[in-house]
Design a protein around this ligand. Structure first.
Ligand SMILES: Cc1cc2nc3c(=O)[nH]c(=O)nc-3n(C[C@H](O)[C@H](O)[C@H](O)COP(=O)(O)OP(=O)(O)OC[C@H]3O[C@@H](n4cnc5c(N)ncnc54)[C@H](O)[C@@H]3O)c2cc1C
Length: 409
């Protein structure tokens, strides 16, 4: 016999656990399904921008974030081909710190909070399709576990299945980036209170990408690199090749001289920028990566996954209270999410598509070295706290950069 709930959430990453947590706290019976056993690893940079840390704190994990094994960063060191930009985290609404916490632990903690709020979690259960009534309304999910076919019934489903896309129906947009990371011990770079970001020639000659070193508090570091799928297509190279060459960059090679890798490098794909995905329809909402909520410039998605999960839960609550699971009610979720995030996401997405390679930005990076205000805005564009067109507020620096670019043509 099928099990019933008010809400089924597919996927127990940050987006799904947040949706399950907030919906269960609002009094809904929630079934949370994940195809994997937890704790599970998720390839990630493990960086939590201030707004993401705030979302995690709102879920009752602020003290956990402050535990010393996690990294706590207060600034950025950005290395480009011609410039070195060091900037404190802009003291926006969300505070002057971010964190670096391993996803294996973060996701298990968030899931724990959903369970404490009484969401019913089933691991090893892979959702295979949405179930519909003869009239076409969502009535639940079909799933598979250990070769067994399972049915779960609910009038509302939240798809939080990351790049999975189980819900089909044209909800998902295609991936447009790939990234790879590896853990190391004893990385010997400077300024452990910064996130280190490398905009290298290799990754930006024919597209866009960056490498990173994010330090934990326990002496380990997350080292990674990500490039757009366009970059792969234009160069005919694969992600592993970009990652390996990043580790060989002179600066990185020096930092890694005495370092020991901890486990293999792991890759995953991303859909960066809110463009192209459909986030709601009758009986269904998508959150996190399933809803294309990854920031188009930084590639960060944990905070947006939690934020969208929180918002989806409030619409789940509203839908149950009115017994209305129509597309028109749930559209409010997609509209509100767009209102909150579209400025930063769509302008960043436009920039990454308009600028054929980030090398074109070098004169601007160089000019930012001497203009702290422009540098701060640049970093706010990266942390998701400002749309990239805020750079227009710095006409002098922009003008200087354009003049330099024109001279070097
Ligand atoms: C290399 C790399 C580095 C990154 N660095 C950062 C960073 O530093 N900071 C940051 O904020 N973001 C980063 N991101 C992005 C971030 O990892 C994602 O945005 C984040 O994981 C999104 O969370 P989510 O809950 O939407 O999906 P996920 O975390 O992917 O969770 C989806 C869950 O759904 C489950 N699932 C999938 N299909 C099914 C199914 N059919 N049935 C049941 N369960 C299913 C999966 O097992 C998984 O547990 C990075 C991404 C990559 C690839």
């Amino acid at each position: 016999m099928a099990e019933r709930a008010d809400l089924i959430v597919v996927g127990a990453g940050p987006g799904g656990s947040a949706a399950a947590y907030y919906a269960a706290r609002a009094g809904l019976s929630v079934l949370l399904l994940d195809r994997q056993e937890f704790p599970r690893d998720k390839p990630c940079g493990d960086g939590l921008m201030p707004h993401a840390a705030e979302e995690i704190s709102l879920m009752g994990l602020g003290d956990w974030l402050d535990e010393p094994r996690h990294g706590k960063f207060s600034g950025f060191s950005i290395y480009t081909q011609t410039a070195y930009l060091r900037q404190k985290v802009p003291p926006t609404l969300h505070g002057p710190h971010g964190y670096v916490a391993a996803r294996q632990e973060t996701d298990a903690r968030l899931l724990g909070r959903a369970q404490e709020a009484s969401a019913d979690f089933r691991s090893g259960v892979r959702a295979t399709r949405l179930l519909r009534s003869p009239a076409g309304n969502v009535i639940g999910v079909e799933a598979a576990s250990n070769g067994e076919n399972l049915l779960y019934e609910a009038p509302l489903v939240v798809a939080a299945d990351g790049v999975g896309g189980f819900a089909g129906e044209g909800m998902k947009a295609h991936q447009n980036s790939v990234a790879r990371r590896q853990y190391f011990r004893n990385v010997s770079g400077p300024n452990r209170e910064d996130l280190h970001v490398f905009i290298t020639k290799d990754m930006n000659e024919h597209g866009a990408g960056y490498g990173w070193v994010f330090y934990f508090g326990d002496g380990r570091a997350n080292v990674g690199a990500g490039v757009s799928t366009k970059t792969l297509a234009r160069t005919g190279r694969n992600l592993k090749d970009f990652f390996d060459r990043f580790l060989e960059e002179p600066e990185m090679a020096g930092w890694l001289e005495g370092a020991e890798p901890e486990g293999p490098a792991k890759s995953w794909s991303l859909k960066m920028g809110m463009w192209g995905a459909k986030r709601s329809t009758q009986g269904l909402m998508t959150v996190g990566d399933a809803a294309s909520m990854i920031h188009p410039i930084s590639g960060e998605g944990v905070g947006y996954a939690i934020e969208s999960g929180r918002l989806a839960a409030s619409f789940a609550h509203e839908a149950r209270a009115r017994n209305d699971y129509s597309a028109s009610l749930l559209k409010g979720y997609a509209t509100q999410l767009r209102r909150q995030r579209a400025r930063e996401h769509l302008s960043g997405y436009a920039l990454t598509n308009l600028v054929p390679n980030l090398r074109m930005m070098e004169p601007f990076f160089k000019a930012c070295e001497k203009d702290p205000e422009a540098r701060r805005t640049l970093v706010e564009g990266f942390t998701g706290d400002a749309p990239v067109y805020s750079l227009l507020k710095h006409p002098k620096t922009l003008g200087k950069a354009i003049a330099t670019a024109a001279r070097s043509r």
